[in-house]
Write a protein that binds this ligand. Structure first.
Ligand SMILES: Nc1ncnc2c1ncn2[C@@H]1O[C@H](COP(=O)(O)OP(=O)(O)OP(=O)(O)O)[C@@H](O)[C@H]1O
Ligand code: SF4
Ligand SMILES: [Mg+2]
Length: 351
C-alpha cells in the first residue's frame, strides 16, 4: 500500500462467524473500514451489530476455535494482520494498536496496583529496565490527566471512580506509544460530566500525541462531538461511511436516517422515534440487504442481493439500492481506499 494514502488501518471484506450451540452466528458480513494517521473514526450502530468483535478481530483477540474469520484482510500499514502468528500479534498489541475494553473493571487485574500493571505492559513491549518503565508509567498517567505520583501508582482498580478507571485503561493502552487506539464504549457507564472529560481526553490524545482512534459507540451524538469520520454498522456490515458532518447532515442509508431521527434533539420522551423491528438473529440473518425487514424504502431487489458501496459524495460511501437509485449513483464492485481527511476540517455538528 502506498504511504501517500496515509492509511493506518484498512479492513476489507471481513467475514467472521461463531460456532454456537444454536448454530453458526454469521456475525461479520464483509466489513469495509479505513482509519488514517491521526484521525478519529466513530464506529456506531445498535447493540449486537458487530462493533466490539470488529475491534477484537483487529487485535487478534477473538476466541478460537469458536470464532472463525472466513475471509477478508486487516491491513495495518499495509501489512496483513490475519497472516501473523500469535507471537507476532502479541508483540504488536500495545506497541502498534491498543484497545480500551468495553468494561474497564474487567480488563484490569483486581489484585495488582494499577501502576504495576502499566509498568509490566511497558516492560513486556519495550524491554526496558524497571526504572525506565516506571518513568514511562508516570508519563502515561500524566497524559491521561491522573496525578503521576506514588498514590495513584499504588492504588488498586476498585479504589478508582469509573471515570478514573477509564483513564487508567487509556494510560495502559497508550504507555507504549501505539499510534492507534480502539476505544470501545469508553463513556457508556459514566455520567455526562465525566463523559465529556473522557471525550475531551480522546481529542487531547489526538492533538498532542497524534493518536489515531476508533471510537466505538452506540451513541451517534458522542460520535458527532468527537469524530472526524463515522462508519455506521448494521448486522455485521458497514452500511455508510464518511465525514461526520457529511453523513449526519446528508445521510443516504435508511438505517442512518432512522438512527439520526432517534436522537433527542430536544424532543420529549413521547415524541422520540424508534426504528421499527429488532436487530436480526445472525444465525439466520435476512437475505440480501440485512436491513430489508425493517426498511421503509425496501425495493424488490433488496431481499435478493447485497448492495455494494457506492460513492454518495467526496469520501462518503453508502451501501443501499434505494440510495443509489435516488441519487443516480453508479455501483462498483469495490471502492478505492478513502483518501485521508485533514483532521479537524469537519465541524462534526449534525444539522
Ligand atoms: N462468543 C460468541 N459466540 C457467539 N456469538 C457471539 C460471540 N461474541 C459475539 N457474538 C455475536 O456477535 C454479534 C456482534 O457482537 P458485538 O459484541 O460485536 O456487538 P456490539 O455491536 O459490540 O454490541 P454492544 O453495543 O451491545 O456492545 C452479536 O450478535 C453477538 O451476539
Ligand atoms: S438496500 Fe434496500 S432494504 Fe437495504 S437499506 Fe437500502 S432500500 Fe432498504
Ligand atoms: Mg460492544
Amino acid at each position: 500500500m502506498s504511504a501517500a494514502t496515509a492509511e493506518l488501518l484498512a479492513i476489507h471484506d471481513l467475514r467472521l462467524q461463531f460456532r454456537s450451540m444454536r448454530g453458526l452466528v454469521k456475525a461479520l458480513d464483509g466489513v469495509e473500514l479505513t482509519v488514517h494517521d491521526g484521525e478519529i473514526l466513530g464506529l456506531v450502530g445498535e447493540s449486537g451489530c458487530g462493533k466490539t468483535i470488529t475491534g477484537l478481530a483487529v487485535l487478534g483477540l477473538l476466541q478460537r476455535p469458536q470464532a472463525e474469520i472466513t475471509s477478508g484482510a486487516i491491513l495495518y500499514r499495509g501489512d496483513d494482520l490475519l497472516a501473523k502468528t500469535d507471537a507476532q500479534m502479541q508483540k504488536l498489541r500495545g506497541r502498534d494498536i491498543s484497545m480500551v475494553f468495553q468494561d474497564p473493571l474487567a480488563s484490569l487485574n483486581p489484585v495488582f496496583a494499577v501502576g504495576n500493571q502499566i509498568e509490566d505492559v511497558v516492560r513486556l513491549h519495550k524491554g526496558v529496565s524497571r526504572k525506565e518503565a516506571r518513568e514511562t508509567t508516570y508519563k502515561a498517567l500524566a497524559s491521561v490527566g491522573l496525578p503521576p505520583d506514588k498514590d495513584t501508582f499504588k492504588r488498586y482498580p476498585h479504589q478508582f471512580s469509573g471515570g478514573m478507571r477509564q483513564r487508567v485503561c487509556m494510560a495502559m493502552a497508550l504507555a507504549c506509544g501505539s499510534p492507534l487506539l480502539i476505544a470501545d464504549e469508553p463513556t457508556t457507564a459514566l455520567d455526562v460530566t465525566i463523559q465529556a472529560q473522557i471525550l475531551n481526553l480522546l481529542l487531547k490524545l489526538r492533538a498532542e500525541l497524534d493518536v489515531a482512534q476508533i471510537l466505538i459507540t452506540h451513541n451517534v451524538g458522542v460520535a458527532a462531538q468527537t469524530c472526524d469520520r463515522i462508519a455506521v454498522m448494521y448486522a455485521g456490515s458497514v452500511v455508510e461511511e464518511g465525514p461526520v458532518s457529511e453523513v449526519l447532515k446528508r445521510p443516504h442509508h435508511p438505517y442512518t436516517i432512522a438512527l439520526y431521527q432517534c436522537l433527542p434533539h430536544g424532543r420529549t420522551a413521547a415524541e422520540l422515534q424508534t426504528i421499527p423491528g429488532t436487530v436480526p438473529d445472525l444465525i439466520d440473518p435476512p437475505t440480501g440487504c440485512r436491513f430489508h425487514p425493517r426498511c421503509s424504502h425496501v425495493m424488490e431487489i433488496c431481499p435478493t442481493a447485497k448492495p455494494q458501496p457506492v460513492k454518495a459524495a467526496e469520501r462518503h460511501w453508502v451501501s443501499c439500492f434505494w440510495a443509489a437509485e435516488g441519487a443516480g449513483l453508479s455501483a462498483g464492485p469495490f471502492r478505492p481506499p478513502t483518501p485521508p481527511d485533514a483532521p479537524g476540517t469537519d465541524d462534526g455538528a449534525p444539522a
